[in-house]
Design a protein around this ligand. Structure first.
Ligand code: ACO
Ligand code: ZN
Length: 226
């Protein structure tokens, strides 16, 4: 993008008053009625989706000064399962996933980061996975070694052809846009490593991130080094 284009965009944003909603995080223009209508619709659906009301027998797997992590699994109450499903839908919409099937829906575990006892600001969905292919450092457009969703060029990372043994696949990880870079995703993964397989602490080599987005890849690379 040239400097000239950038200046036009900046001027345009000032003119139309682009703003970030402090509760739902959507960037929209107050001066554009269509945009504003879209925001009102999104806003309510988002806030309903992340609204957290504790349930009986909730499984608190970690507690922090700024929140807690609860885990939901097969067989939990209807209310808890519905919440997990609603948050997953919201995350899938943001990630642009359409009807991605879970490999083992009955053995999936959902971890929710709850802020202030009121809002879900992070979500991680973990599944039992036996093998994975390591993502090689550079994304490649020329080398054809497609991963599952290689239709999206941004996601066509080059993968090793040698399968490696893992125990846990992270099928989704998401943190509310206005709460990122506070180590919420890191804490979710820490807890998964500690609780996913009863009685063992998984190393970073024993977990795999499935089909990561650019954000996901930066995070995973950083997390797995530490
Ligand atoms: N740019 C650069 N470095 C980053 C970024 C980023 N966007 N995100 C994380 N990191 C690195 C940093 O080094 C960070 O530590 P630092 O802040 O002390 O420097 C470290 O990773 C740990 O980051 P966290 O704070 O734990 O990560 P966060 O809570 O912000 O969540 C996440 C990361 C989940 C990827 C978030 O950006 C997000 O929700 N993005 C949109 C959804 C998405 O793309 N999810 C991944 C999909 S792939 C999958 O689900 C398998
Ligand atoms: Zn809003």
């Amino acid at each position: 993008k040239g400097l000239r284009d950038q200046m036009v965009i900046d001027a345009g944003q000032k003119h139309f008053g682009a703003t970030v909603c402090k509760s739902c995080g959507m960037v929209y223009s107050c001066a554009n009625p269509e945009d504003e209508a879209h925001h009102i619709q999104y806003h309510q659906r988002f806030l309903d989706g992340i609204k957290y009301v504790s349930w009986s027998n909730e499984r608190v797997v970690a507690q922090f000064w700024d929140g807690k992590i609860v885990m939901i699994q097969q067989g939990d109450s209807k209310y808890a399962s519905k919440k997990a499903e609603d948050v997953r839908e919201l995350v899938d919409r943001e990630l642009g996933f359409k009807q991605v099937v879970l490999t083992y829906p009955t053995r999936t575990q959902t971890y929710l980061f709850v802020y202030n006892e009121k809002k879900i600001i992070g979500c991680l969905i973990a599944e039992p996975v036996r093998q994975a292919f390591r993502v090689l450092s550079e994304p490649s457009r020329t080398l054809e070694s497609p991963t599952k969703n290689s239709l999206d060029p941004q996601r066509a990372w080059r993968c090793s052809t040698k399968p490696e043994k893992v125990f846990c696949g992270i099928s989704r990880i998401w943190v509310f846009s206005l709460m990122r870079r506070k180590h919420i995703a890191s804490r979710l993964v820490d807890v998964v490593r500690r609780t996913f397989l009863f009685g063992s602490y998984l190393s970073t080599d024993e977990i795999a991130f499935s089909d990561p987005t650019p954000d996901g890849k930066v995070f995973a690379a950083k997390y797995c080094q530490t």
